[in-house]
Design a protein around this ligand. Structure first.
Ligand SMILES: [Zn+2]
Length: 97
């Protein structure tokens, strides 16, 4: 990357980026807008860091649906533990207690 292809840094442009960053991450922008953002990210550390943070947040949110998993999991877990405790007989070396 050479300095020659670095566009003049423009805070207003950054603000514009921020406004569209979540749309960008959701792939809701058209190709031209996407490319514009990607190009800006390549040159702008601040926006790149922000984008990375946002992307991680979005990924986390998607990976964890608000209420889906935990209850079933803990119920199953408790059942499994209870089975072990009550000495069903068949399980051995179930791991650390
Ligand atoms: Zn920027």
């Amino acid at each position: 990357m050479s300095i020659a292809d670095r566009p003049e840094h423009d805070p207003a442009h950054c603000r514009e980026m921020f406004a569209h960053l979540s749309e960008y991450l959701d792939r809701e922008l058209d190709e031209t807008a996407c490319r514009e953002i990607e190009q800006h990210l390549r040159h702008c550390d601040a926006c790149r860091a922000c984008c990375a943070t946002l992307a991680r947040t979005v990924a986390l949110c998607r990976g964890m649906p608000a209420h889906a998993v935990p209850e079933t999991m803990s119920t199953r877990l408790r059942e499994a533990i209870e089975k072990l405790r009550s000495g069903d007989g068949t399980v051995s070396g179930a791991g650390p207690d």
